[in-house]
Every structure is written in structure tokens, then in C-alpha cells.
Design a protein around this ligand. Structure first.
Ligand SMILES: NC(=O)c1ccc[n+]([C@@H]2O[C@H](COP(=O)([O-])OP(=O)(O)OC[C@H]3O[C@@H](n4cnc5c(N)ncnc54)[C@H](O)[C@@H]3O)[C@@H](O)[C@H]2O)c1
Length: 101
């Protein structure tokens, strides 16, 4: 399965739940995954899991999704490192809705 070969996927909330599951699935499908989460330990563990499975992933953590400048810097760094981005999955969206700006 390589349905996402050649794509660069930005995924938030990669420390757990849907964000982690999406990172693992997209990487297994050939995407280069760029993750982020406010939880550094979980985020780092997801990177290890993806790489152990043979996938490609990097991550910026901790990063609070309420930090607009920080999120922009994460996006810009991903685009610069990988020549652009193709997909965005907001697995950490509840963080913003529940109080972060
Ligand atoms: N799991 C489901 O089946 C399901 C179904 C429908 C909707 N949802 C909703 O989708 C959202 C995600 O679900 P989940 O199960 O993956 O939750 P989760 O708690 O496992 O994952 C959310 C991730 O967001 C991160 N996060 C929290 N605050 C943050 C912040 N300020 N900045 C950056 N990252 C932050 C957390 O550290 C965590 O890793 C939730 O709002 C949930 O209610 C989940």
C-alpha cells in the first residue's frame, strides 16, 4: 500500500488518539508525516512507532495549538524541509475549541 507516496502530511495531536492513528496509517501508506502535539512524551513515542514500522516522520513538540505564531512556524518549517505540504489532519482540534486561542 503506497497510496500517499510523495505526499507530505501535517498532523496535529499526534501524541495520542486519532492523531497518532492517522500518523501511523498515513506513514504506512507512504506519506512523509510532520506531527506536533503539546505532549512531548507522547509525540516522541509516536515518532518512534512510525519509524519502527518503516515510516518517515518528524515532529515539533511541545507546541500549543493556541500559539498562532508557533503553529505558523511549524507549517513554514515543514514546507521548507519537504518542499511543500499536501495534507492537513487536525487531530488536536479540540484543544483550540476548549480554551486555547
Ligand atoms: N476518538 C474518537 O472516536 C472521536 C470521535 C469523534 C470525535 N472525537 C473528537 O476528536 C478529538 C480528538 O480525539 P482523540 O480521541 O484523538 O483525543 P486525544 O485526547 O487522544 O488526542 C488529542 C491530542 O491533542 C493534544 N492536545 C491537547 N491540547 C493541545 C494543545 N493545546 N496543543 C496541541 N495539542 C494538544 C493532546 O495532547 C492529544 O495528544 C476530540 O475532541 C474528540 O472528542 C473523537
Amino acid at each position: 500500500m503506497n497510496r500517499l507516496a510523495g505526499t507530505v502530511a501535517l498532523i496535529t495531536g499526534t501524541a495520542s488518539g486519532q492523531g497518532r492513528a492517522t500518523a501511523l496509517l498515513f506513514a504506512a501508506e507512504g506519506a512523509t508525516v510532520v506531527g506536533t502535539d503539546i505532549d512531548p512524551d507522547g509525540a516522541a513515542e509516536t515518532v518512534e512507532l512510525v519509524r519502527a514500522a518503516g515510516g518517515v516522520m518528524d515532529s515539533t513538540h511541545p507546541l500549543d495549538l493556541g500559539d498562532e505564531a508557533g503553529v505558523q512556524a511549524w507549517i513554514d518549517a515543514a514546507a521548507a524541509a519537504h518542499g511543500g505540504t499536501n495534507l492537513v489532519v487536525d487531530g488536536g482540534w479540540s484543544a483550540v475549541l476548549s480554551g486555547a486561542n
